[in-house]
Design a protein around this ligand. Structure first.
Ligand SMILES: NC(=O)c1ccc[n+]([C@@H]2O[C@H](COP(=O)([O-])OP(=O)(O)OC[C@H]3O[C@@H](n4cnc5c(N)ncnc54)[C@H](OP(=O)(O)O)[C@@H]3O)[C@@H](O)[C@H]2O)c1
Length: 193
């Protein structure tokens, strides 16, 4: 049985992941900024994917309450200020801070290094992108590696949640390449291994 996937946030990322996961045969529900629905959807899901702006993480957590406890909880956020600077330093990460705020959830960092336009297939120009997956709970990380693989990515175990520090900076590099250096969003990272 595939896990049921609850996606909080149905913007660029939430809708792309919904499309890719449904195509892969998952039962998926996505909600936007609707507090009651966010809690209901999180309660329904076996895996929760948090796809809201970094500035909304605390609000989304409050909406979901204890519905996140015991669940695989995927943090897709890029940790940005409103003017697109890295919001945290290098001695922690958004994912580690999220784990402190939701200690009973099994936080996994993934998808943040991929542009939304490539998330429903895991590919750019027909080539598989790498999905880096970092987390401390082995079973939760396996869930995310599997669902990434099912979408079409080459899913790679990127170690403990602390390595989210480097995934968040890699996500920042992706944004620099795509927007500041004007390479566009039809790009992505691939680990040769
Ligand atoms: N776009 C990318 O290429 C990309 C790539 C990697 C990672 N990310 C990260 O993924 C996250 C989402 O990005 P996005 O591009 O999908 O943003 P987006 O298009 O602006 O969508 C954000 C979604 O979050 C919802 N939302 C906001 N506050 C909420 C709350 N308190 N509770 C529940 N839902 C809430 C919004 O709902 P309403 O529409 O109802 O307001 C909207 O559906 C961000 O953290 C971003 O850094 C983005």
């Amino acid at each position: 049985m595939k896990p049921k996937i609850a996606i909080i946030g149905k913007g660029n990322v939430g809708s792309a992941l919904k499309k890719g996961l449904e195509r892969a045969g998952y039962d998926v529900r996505a909600v936007g900024k609707e507090p009651k629905a966010a809690r209901e959807t999180a309660s329904w899901g076996d895996v929760i994917i948090l796809a809201v702006p970094f500035s909304e993480v605390d609000n989304a957590l409050r909406e979901m309450g204890d519905a996140v406890n015991g669940k695989t909880f995927v943090d897709v956020t890029n940790v940005l200020t409103p003017d697109f600077k890295l919001a945290l330093g290098f001695n922690t990460s958004g994912a580690e801070e999220l784990q402190k705020k939701a200690p009973k959830a099994k936080i996994v960092k993934a998808f943040n290094t991929v542009f939304a336009g490539n998330m429903s297939t895991g590919k750019v120009k027909g080539e598989k992108l790498t999905l880096f997956v970092a987390g401390d709970d082995h079973a939760a990380k396996q869930h995310v590696l599997e669902l990434g693989q099912d979408i079409g990515f080459d899913a790679v175990d990127a170690g403990p949640l602390q390595n989210a520090r480097w995934l968040e900076t890699l996500g920042y590099l992706n944004i620099q390449l795509g927007y500041t250096l004007k390479m566009g969003t039809d790009i992505g990272f691939r680990l040769v291994h």
